[in-house]
Design a protein around this ligand. Structure first.
Ligand code: BT5
Length: 272
C-alpha cells in the first residue's frame, strides 16, 4: 500500500495568499509574517518609535514573550493561533482614543461571527464564546517623533486543544465550533473588518454614538452582575447597566474606565 504523507495539522500562514486576499484594501496596509517573535506588540511599538507609518501589521507564528495587560502573559503553541499587532496613527482627537480598544473588540467579534463563531464581548474587549475567552486585545500608546501612535495587538486561539490552553476559562475556534478554519482566510477577514470599521469611525462625525450603539449589541457584560477590580486594587460589585459617552462601563451608579471585570457566575442577563 502506498504511504501517503499525513496532512499538516497546523499548516503555516500563506503570506502570498494573504496579500492577494487583502489587495482590495489598499490604504497602506502592509503585512509581515514572522516565524517567531518575542511579542508582536513589542516589535510594532519599536517600529512606531522609528517612524513607521500607519498600516503596518506584524504577525508571528509563535511568540516567546506574548504580553497581556498589566504585565500578564499571553501563551499559545506555534501555529495554533493568530497573534498579530497593527500600527495605527489615528487622526481623531486624543480624547476619543479610549474608544479604539472597544472598536477593535467589536471588529474582531463581528469578523468571528461572519466566520460562524458565536462571539460576544466582555467589556472592554475580551472576546468570549459563552463564558470562555477565545481572544484578547492589548492596546498600547507609543510616543514617537511623528506624534502618538496606537499599537493594537490581538491574540486569537484557533486550533488550540483543551490541554494546550493556559487557563481552563479559555477556548479556541476549533473547540467552540468543532472545526479549525483556514488561518490565512480568517486573518484576512479580521483585518478587512478592522480596516473597514476603523476608516468608517474616523470619517463619521457621529462616530461615538454609532460605535456605542454597535458595541452595545455585542457586549455580553451588559445586564449582568459584575465584580470590578479597579486599578488601585479596590473591588466593587453591581449590575452592568450601559456604556457611557467615554466608552466607560456604567455599573449601577459608577463608571469604570479601566479595570478587570468578572462576570459573576450563575447570574445571567437581568430584565430591566
Ligand atoms: C489580554 O490580556 O487578553 C491581551 C492579550 C493580547 C495578546 C496579543 S498576541 C499579539 C500581541 N502581542 C502581544 O505580546 N500581545 C498581543 P489580559 O486581559 O491581561 O489577559 C491575560 C490573561 O489571559 C493571562 O493572565 C491568562 O490568564 C489568560 N491567557 C493567557 N493566554 C491565553 C490564551 N491563549 N487564551 C485565553 N486566555 C489566555
Amino acid at each position: 500500500m502506498p504511504v501517503t504523507a499525513a496532512a499538516d495539522p497546523r499548516p503555516p500562514l500563506d503570506p502570498d495568499r494573504l496579500t492577494a486576499l487583502l489587495s482590495g484594501l489598499g490604504r497602506g496596509i502592509r503585512v509581515e509574517v514572522l516565524e517567531a517573535a518575542t511579542s508582536t506588540n513589542a516589535i510594532v511599538a519599536a517600529r512606531a518609535r522609528e517612524g513607521a507609518p500607519h498600516g503596518l501589521v506584524v504577525v508571528a507564528e509563535h511568540q516567546t514573550a506574548g504580553r497581556g495587560r498589566l504585565d500578564r502573559s499571553w501563551e499559545a503553541p506555534a501555529r495554533s493561533s493568530l497573534t498579530f499587532s497593527a500600527l495605527l496613527r489615528p487622526r481623531v482627537p486624543a480624547g476619543e482614543w479610549p474608544w479604539l480598544p472597544l472598536l477593535a473588540g467589536h471588529a474582531l467579534a463581528t469578523a468571528l461571527r461572519e466566520a460562524e463563531v458565536p462571539a460576544g464581548l466582555k467589556w472592554p474587549n475580551d472576546v468570549l464564546v459563552g463564558d470562555r475567552k477565545i481572544a484578547g486585545i492589548l492596546m498600547e500608546r507609543v510616543e514617537s517623533q511623528d506624534g502618538p501612535a496606537a499599537v493594537l495587538g490581538i491574540g486569537l486561539n484557533v486550533s488550540t486543544k483543551t490541554e494546550e490552553l493556559p487557563v481552563d476559562t479559555a477556548t479556541s475556534v476549533e473547540l467552540a465550533t468543532g472545526a479549525a478554519p483556514d488561518r490565512t482566510e480568517l486573518l484576512a477577514t479580521i483585518l478587512t473588518r478592522l480596516v473597514d470599521e476603523y476608516d468608517a469611525w474616523q470619517a463619521d462625525e457621529e462616530r461615538t454614538a454609532a460605535l456605542r450603539t454597535a458595541y452595545t449589541e455585542v457586549c455580553v457584560t451588559l445586564g449582568r452582575k459584575v465584580r470590578v477590580e479597579l486599578p488601585g486594587g479596590e473591588i466593587r460589585s453591581g449590575t452592568a447597566r450601559g456604556i457611557d459617552d467615554g466608552g466607560r462601563l456604567v455599573v449601577d451608579d459608577f463608571a469604570v474606565g479601566a479595570g478587570d471585570v468578572v462576570h459573576v457566575r450563575g447570574a445571567g442577563r437581568t430584565e430591566e
